[in-house]
Ligand binder design. Structure first.
Ligand code: ADP
Ligand code: MG
Length: 580
């Protein structure tokens, strides 16, 4: 059946809610039975016993009261199922987001964003019907028929037997048809995920596609995907409709059998009319929960299929490293502590060779350490490890005496600022974009930071000054301006540690020289690690680490390294600057 123990266990924290949903569902069923009883009594009284309106008025009042109670109970059932679902959806979204944070931005790059978004939004939404409709109905479709049987059996055992014999037919059919539909549904979900993934990839790569004139191919492919999805969806729907038809026919036929069987006995005069009428009214109600289960079965399947994918994301293996305990949260980076890397190695899970191979190095306090090396030499990997986007596969990092892996990631990051190669500007005002670095910064501090980064005048020239909105990805600003905003952010952050990935493109030589100057102003009194590409930057660094194929080839300051006439000199000679 369509039941997942794992998914069911998600209810645990809100069990009471779930029990209440079923409880109110059952109470509603009891009122339905009482409604049928009172209705049959009223009709029997008026038609056969020749009672007047007066005589049956109490029954009519009871009937109306019961109808009101029934709506109230349905409302309660609905209320608790909505609460249940919103809790479960929230908890799944939270779990997914935490997991995504844990996996880290770097590993996620290799996942297809579209598919992840589909899982996070649509996938979790699909669970809604599972929990609000399918799961309660599974219980109700067992309990309600039993309840009705309890009422019917003493009145007429023959009908009760017809009930007992015909009832299982519905779930059997449902199971037979459902198992085919389930397979189709899984395929449909895969197609949808693949389509979302492809669609987002195309959107993100649109400039590239345009540049190489390949848009038509992308359009055709999206077209093919949509068609495939349409066909798959219709196939699933065909089955769903077929199963609904079978269920309706079975239920209707069963009611018909009961009607005939009761009618014959009434004709022979060996059956009380009011009992017969009650049974006839209640008979469709006996099959109703099973029929509803049939229609929600589809929703249940969708939920399970979506859950499989959610599980994939949640089970994403992040335990590649041997470090687990990041517990220390009272850590502050003291000015006199160096960062000491001891025999650090890192291997990407899908690579055979090590991206970092036995790196030992000391990043001294209040000094600028530059990392240089050809593309692919491991510079970014090293910085990402220090930013704690992932843990090294081997080796340790110490901050003074403290093992970095005993420090909470968040606590560690509070001590540092990061200037990435391509800083991201959000679709917010310039001021908010600056304040991201330090939410507590006052407006004066923001302006001061902008002045130091030499972007203040530029901002004032904008239509709304500091309140000017920046387009998505900072489309309205040039590379140099974005870089300066990022510099101002780093000023605002005012942290003792600074990690910089120097930009390689978008800057003309004059702007570049000015930015390097401003950058070094920011560096004073801080411990800085910079992935450097430009001679301007490298020359001024206190220490240069030269990397090659994941190892440290040489180290020293510029003059020392030039004198040794080794790999560093070759790197510089080849390009005039180190292009990485
Ligand atoms: P650099 O920043 O010096 O150009 P990287 O640290 O980016 O070098 O890369 C070092 C090595 O690790 C390269 O061989 C690169 O192909 C590999 N690498 C980098 N990122 C990934 C990744 N996400 N998955 C697999 N291999 C990677
Ligand atoms: Mg790099």
């Amino acid at each position: 059946m369509n039941f997942s123990k794992e998914l069911f266990s998600e209810i645990k924290p809100v069990r009471i809610n779930f029990i209440l949903v079923i409880f109110f569902g059952l109470l509603a069923a009891v009122t339905t039975i009482l409604l049928a009883l009172s209705l049959s009594k009223i009709i029997n009284g008026v038609f056969l016993s020749k009672q007047t309106l007066q005589d049956v008025s109490t029954l009519i009042v009871i009937f109306i009261a019961l109808a009101l109670v029934k709506s109230l109970l349905s409302w309660c059932q609905h209320f608790f199922s909505t609460r249940l679902v919103s809790f479960i959806k929230k908890s799944f979204r939270k779990k997914l987001l935490i997991k995504i944070e844990e996996i880290g931005p770097l590993t996620l790059k290799s996942e297809r964003t579209g598919e992840l978004v589909n899982t996070l939004l649509n996938g979790v939404d699909k669970l809604e019907d599972y929990f609000s409709k399918f799961l309660p109905q599974m219980f109700l479709s067992v309990f309600i028929p039993i309840l009705i049987l309890v009422f019917v059996f003493p009145l007429d055992w023959l009908t009760a037997i017809v009930f007992i014999v015909t009832a299982p037919i519905i779930p059997i059919f449902m199971f037979l048809i459902g198992s085919i539909a389930e397979k189709m549904n899984k395929k449909q979900w895969q197609t949808l995920s693949r389509m979302s993934a492809y669609f987002l990839d195309v959107l993100q790569g649109l400039p590239t596609l345009k540049l190489f004139n390949r848009t038509q191919e992308a359009i055709d492919k999206i077209n093919d995907f949509s068609n495939l999805f349409r066909i798959k969806t219709l196939n699933v729907l065909k089955i769903a409709f077929l199963s609904a038809l079978v269920l309706e026919v079975t239920a209707t036929l069963s009611v018909a059998v009961i009607a005939v069987e009761i009618g014959l006995r009434l004709l022979n005069g060996n059956f009380v009319f009011s009992d017969a009428l009650f049974i006839l009214i209640i008979a469709p109600e006996f099959y109703l929960p099973l029929r509803i289960l049939g229609t929600t079965y589809h929703a249940g399947m969708e939920g399970i299929a979506a859950f499989e994918r959610i599980k994939d994301v949640l089970n994403y293996n992040t335990t590649k490293s041997n470090f687990t305990s990041n517990t220390k949260d009272d850590f502050t980076f003291a000015q006199n502590n160096s960062i000491i890397l001891k025999n650090i190695s890192y291997t990407y899970s899908d690579r055979a060779t090590k991206a970092l191979d036995n790196i030992s190095l000391t990043i001294e306090t209040n000094k600028v350490t530059a990392i240089v090396g050809a593309s692919g030499s491991g510079k970014t990997t090293l910085m990402n490890i220090l930013l704690r986007f992932f843990n090294p596969t081997e080796g340790n990092i110490f901050i003074g005496e403290t093992d970095l892996h005993l420090v909470k990631k968040e606590t560690w990051r509070e001590n540092l600022a990061w200037l990435p190669q391509n800083p991201h500007l959000f679709s917010k005002s310039i001021r908010e974009n600056l304040q991201i670095a330090n939410v507590r910064a006052t407006f004066e501090e923001v302006v001061n930071a902008a002045k130091i980064a030499h972007i203040h005048e530029f901002i004032l020239d904008l239509p709304n000054g500091y309140n000017t909105l920046v387009g998505e990805n900072g489309a309205k600003l040039s590379g140099g301006e974005i870089q300066r905003i990022a510099l101002a952010r780093a000023y605002l952050r005012n942290s003792p540690l600074l990690f910089v990935d120097e930009p390689t493109a978008n800057l003309d030589p004059i702007v570049e020289e000015e930015i390097v100057k401003d950058m070094y102003k920011l560096f004073s009194g801080k411990t800085v690690l910079i992935i450097a590409h430009r001679l301007n930057t490298i020359i001024k660094a206190d220490k240069i680490i030269v990397m090659k194929d994941g190892r440290i080839e040489e180290s020293g300051n510029h003059n020392e390294l030039i004198l040794t006439n080794g790999y560093y000199k070759k790197l510089l000679d080849a390009h005039g600057e180190i292009i990485c």
